[in-house]
Structure formats: C-alpha cells, structure tokens
Design a binder for this molecule. Structure first.
Ligand SMILES: Cc1cc2nc3c(=O)[nH]c(=O)nc-3n(C[C@H](O)[C@H](O)[C@H](O)COP(=O)(O)OP(=O)(O)OC[C@H]3O[C@@H](n4cnc5c(N)ncnc54)[C@H](O)[C@@H]3O)c2cc1C
Length: 572
C-alpha cells in the first residue's frame, strides 16, 4: 500500500489527452497527482486530428500550445462537395481563421503528437506517469479512494505473460477515470452509459497521396453511394475516411470472420469524387475499421470518484469534438479539484463539474448526431434537400460562420451553473453588455501601465488562479479612485493566494500604488478600446475563473456582494 505525505492526492486513470490535460492543470495548481495507463506506451496511430480554437486557448494557458503548433497544419478552409464530386464545385466552403479568438484557426495535429507534448509538460512539472499499470478495481470510503492496479514489467502483450504482474493497492484522496470509451472506472461505479450504435461504420486509411486538392483544407465528399473525407496531415500524408454503408458490411472470410478492410472502397470513392484519372494512394500506413456510437454517462461523479472525456461521452468523429470536449472537461474539473484539495469548497464545488459539463456533452452529442445523420442520408430526395441546405449555407457567410463557431467550442457556456452569479443591477441594468456569468471570457489586447508592453486578457490564464478584473470606465475622477481603493483594501490577505487583481483603465487615467491598496493590483490600460468593445462601457468588476469562464460580474460599487461570493467559493 502506498500512503504518506508524498502520495499523490489525485490518481488519474488514463494517459490520453483528457488524463494528461487534467494532470498538468492539477500540478499547475500545486496538487500532486499520478497518471496510470494500462498500455506499455503511447499508440503510434492517430485517432483525433482536429484541434479547435477553444482547445488552443486552453493549451496556451497550459504552456503547450507553441509546441503543438510546431507540429500542426493550420487549415485555411473546410470544403464540402456534393455527389458530382469536386468538378461541380463545393456546396459549402467555410473559411477558417475568422473566429473571435487569439487562435482562430483549426489545427490539424495527430493525437499521439499532442499526447507527447502533454506528457513532456506533465513530467516537466514533476508529474509521475506509470505505463503498464492497469486499474482493476476501485473502492471508496469517506476519507479516500483505494485503487487496485496490476503493474506489469516489460511489454504486456497478448501472451500469457500479459496477465502476470504485481497487484498493488494505491490510496488517494480522489480518483478520476479518464480511461476512455470502455472505462473500467465507469463500469466499477455501475453507471449507465446510455445511447445507441449507428449502423454505418467507417474505414480509415492514413496514406501517401498526391491528389489535386488544396493541402491546407479539409475536404468532404457527400457522394451518391457514401462519403469520402480527405484530410491532409502535417508533414506529409493524408487521412482518408469512407463510410461503409450497412449493405457493404456483410462480407466474411472462409472462417466466417469479417473480412479485413482493404483499399478497394477508397479507390472507388476517389474515382467518384475526383474522376477516373485521379491518382490513387499508396499502401496505407494504417488501415482500420471502426464502428460509432452515441453515448452519455448518467453521472460524472460518485463522491470521490469522477469521470472525464470519452469515459463520459462517445460520438461519431464527424465534427472533431471528442478529444476537444475531453480537454475542456479536464480544464473545467482541474481548478475545482485544486480548490477542493486545498480545503476550499466541498461537495457543491465538485458537483458543479457535472452541472456544467454534462449539458455541454448533451448539446455536443445532439449536434454531432445531426451532422452524422445528414451525412449518412441515402434516399435521393433527402440528399437533394440536404445539399440544397448546404448550398444555401454556403451562400450565407453568416450561417457558415455560425457553424464554424459552434464547432470551435468558443460558445460553450455555463450560464445555468449554480456556481456563477451576478451582482445586483448586473442583469437588469446592462444584460446585453459584455459576457454573462458562465460565458467564456473574451480576449482583448491591452497594455501594461508601467512600461506600455502588450498584455492580453486571456494570457492571464497562464496563472492558474481566479482573476478579478476591475474596469474603470469613463473619465478619471476622485470617486472612482476612492471606490477602487476601498475595494482593494478590504480584500482579505488570504484571498491573494487564490486571486490576482488587474485594474483596467482608459488612456489618461493614471493610477498609482496608493490607488490600488499599496500595489495589490496590476495596472493595465485599454489603449485601443478593445476591452470596452468586448465588455461594454462603464466601471465594472469581472471575476474570471481559472478555466477562463466568467464566475461573477457586477458594478464596481458592489464590493459587499463580491466578497460574499468569494467567501462562498474560498470558504474552508
Ligand atoms: C477515427 C477517429 C477520429 C477522431 N478524430 C477526432 C478529432 O479530429 N478531434 C477530436 O476532438 N476527437 C476525435 N476523435 C475522438 C478522440 O480520439 C477521443 O475523443 C479522445 O481520444 C478521448 O480522449 P480520452 O483521453 O478521454 O480517452 P482515450 O484517448 O481513449 O484515453 C484513455 C486511456 O486510458 C487507458 N485505459 C483504459 N482503461 C484503463 C485501465 N483499466 N487502467 C489503466 N488505463 C486504462 C487507455 O489505454 C488510454 O490510453 C476521433 C476518434 C476516432 C476513433
């Protein structure tokens, strides 16, 4: 049994993108944790490729975005073609790069590369990752969790040796199952994973290929007999995906097993999409068949055991939502576990994780389901209707932008969460100005008042604490200085471990250390008015949580309610 003060407070099961994102953010918050994975090491082939704008913002906060970008391809556009293939032009072309985010493009980066960057960061922060360690069982009581694991030496492959290894018991305060679609943690908790299987299946091939297609765009072909997706990958190579329709799946070999997938269907679809003269891909580096499901777990938490990522939700890969949603689950959960482990908050704080993230997954599953069903449609009349709709969307840039924005996950919000709030007047008086409680905080470029160097609102997230933004609108006046000084002087010292304060004023409103309660706040200037544009005019306070969502907003005069909110959040 491993116990003692050095024992990790949180055990994370699964070294996929969800588990590693969680591990990094726990360590950033000072909470020791360990990740275990049953595999001997990372799998070389990539499931996910698409990294959306919101995940890039999260990766920027975690200090891994630059490394991921270096290994990525930025997409300029998404093209969707109809059943006449490329020659008739695209039904819909969505330009990328126009999103209201510092990272507006869709990045294409193979999942193992993303995981390698995350693992490196996790280890550099002192995190322990144990490969070859399979969770067998998990039990909990009032004070902690006991995990039974099988730790293997060497290569645990399919042989008899596979089952040999040392069984150990690990005790931790909390355990998070980020162990994927077939989650053992979910199974041990007995939580229903309701949903359905689709009849359609996909064949996937990673190939060398030199088609006459833009190699910085995603291409989808909605052909009469099924679909073809062609995605250029960073470096070289393409990912091809075809749908295998229900009637195409029944082939069996002599032993009665399902026949191994081959490239024949890819060749057929390429000819339909690009014409008979189109070059054909070479031998696949990876060829796989996969089925798809749509499922959502009933609960994200049972006392001290939580679930995240594919362990909670699985869906079709269309729309590239799975990994991105898992990353955001982990980012939402991490700061709550950090506060909990430091003795703040309690069950309500941990419960807010499910209250906030499960509706997001429900909505995402609905959207992906609609996308999948539309792309699987076979009846000619329905295909015609779908293609007309796509053409219509293609002719209305507004509609296209809305689709891209939804997929980017920038609009995910927690407005109905019990954890977010607004002070008096904040709803009635200026509801339509600036982000609402629970919204993702928009970015704005600002300047340091001290030396004029550039600053960004979202870059504050690199410091994993709550950020109180005090916005001084209008002309500099004595009253504003007094309000500011009073608010900052009343801020309890112990909050300053959990809270960083930044005062944002317009040009010409110079403040000094006295105004800010003897230097209790950083001073920034809204030089170009970007902050006012995104947040609205006036003197207000905005509390940004460590996950970049707005926890609280109110007029600047509302110190009493703010302190009551902070007391609820940081109470012991
Ligand atoms: C073809 C395909 C394409 C996709 N494309 C995209 C895309 O473009 N964008 C996107 O966002 N998503 C995409 N997805 C989905 C994405 O791959 C998953 O959503 C993502 O991998 C989920 O990450 P995770 O960390 O939650 O789980 P996983 O990546 O599945 O990681 C779970 C880990 O837990 C380990 N584990 C399991 N059981 C145990 C146990 N008992 N003990 C110890 N360890 C255990 C596993 O070995 C594994 O390493 C795609 C999926 C597929 C199949």
């Amino acid at each position: 049994m491993i116990t003692g003060s050095n024992a990790p407070k949180v055990l994370i099961v699964g070294a996929g993108p969800t588990g590693l994102t969680l591990g990094i953010n726990l360590l950033r918050g000072g909470v020791p944790c360990r990740v275990i994975d049953k595999l001997p090491g990372r799998l070389p082939w990539s499931r996910a490729l698409g990294l959306h704008a919101r995940s890039q913002e999260i990766f920027d906060a975690m200090g891994v975005l630059d490394a991921v970008r270096r290994q990525s391809l930025a997409f300029e556009a998404i093209h969707v073609y109809g059943d006449k293939g490329r020659d008739k032009g695209a039904l819909l072309s969505l330009p990328m790069g126009e999103l209201p985010s510092p990272f507006p493009q869709l990045l294409c980066c193979p999942q193992p590369r993303i995981e390698a960057v995350l693992e490196e960061r996790f280890r550099s922060l002192g995190g322990e990752l144990w490969w070859n360690t399979e969770l067998l069982d998990v039990q909990q009581d009032g004070s902690g969790v006991r995990a039974t694991v099988l730790q293997r030496n060497g290569e645990p492959q399919r042989s008899e040796e596979h089952s040999r290894g040392e069984e150990r018991h690990l005790r931790t305060e909390l355990l998070v199952g980020a162990d994927g679609a077939h989650s053992r943690v979910r199974e041990k908790l007995g939580l229903p994973f309701a949903g359905n299987d689709y009849q359609e299946r996909f064949l996937l091939a990673d190939v060398d290929w030199a088609p006459d297609l833009e190699n910085d765009a995603f291409h989808g072909f909605l052909l009469a007999d099924g679909n073809l997706i062609a995605i250029p990958m960073p470096g070289d190579g393409w990912r091809l995906v075809v749908t295998e329709e229900p009637g195409e799946q029944s082939e069996e070999n002599e032993e009665g097993d399902e026949a191994e997938p081959d490239m024949a269907l890819f060749h057929q679809r390429i000819r339909e999409a690009l014409g008979d003269q189109a070059p054909m891909p070479g031998e696949p580096r990876w060829l796989s068949r996969f089925t798809i499901q749509r499922r959502l777990v009933s609960h994200y938490r049972r006392n001290r055991i939580l679930l995240a990522g594919d362990a909670c939700h699985v869906q079709s890969p269309l729309g590239a939502q799975g990994m991105n949603t898992g990353i955001a689950d982990a980012f939402n959960l991490a700061w709550k576990l950090v506060l909990f482990c430091r003795g703040h908050g309690g069950g309500a704080l941990l419960d807010s994780y499910q209250r906030e993230r499960r509706p997001v997954a429900e909505d995402m599953l609905r959207g992906v389901d609609a996308l999948s069903r539309a792309s699987f449609v076979r009846a000619k009349v329905l295909r015609g209707a779908r293609d007309s709709l796509l053409r219509l969307a293609g002719n209305r840039p507004q509609l296209g932008r809305r689709l891209v924005r939804r997929a980017s996950q920038l609009d995910v919000h927690y407005r109905h969460s019990p954890l977010v709030d607004a002070g008096p007047d904040a709803d009635l008086g200026w509801r339509h100005q600036g982000p609402l409680p629970g919204d993702r905080v928009p970015d704005a470029r600002l300047q340091s008042q001290r030396d004029g160097s550039p600053r960004r609102v979202q870059a504050l997230l690199r410091q994993p604490v709550h950020h109180l933004l005090l916005q001084l609108g209008g002309e500099p006046d004595h009253r504003a200085r007094v309000i500011l000084h009073a608010l900052l002087s009343r801020l309890p010292d112990e909050y300053l471990n959990e809270l960083r304060v930044t005062v944002i004023s317009r040009d010409g409103f110079e403040l000094d250390r006295t105004d800010t309660g003897a230097g209790r706040a950083h001073l920034w200037r809204d030089h170009d008015g970007e902050f006012e544009q995104a947040f609205g005019p006036g003197s207000r306070l905005w509390l940004m949580r460590p996950d970049g969502h707005l926890g609280y907003r109110a007029p600047l005069t509302d110190a009493d309610y703010l302190f009551a909110y902070l007391e609820r959040l940081f109470h012991h």
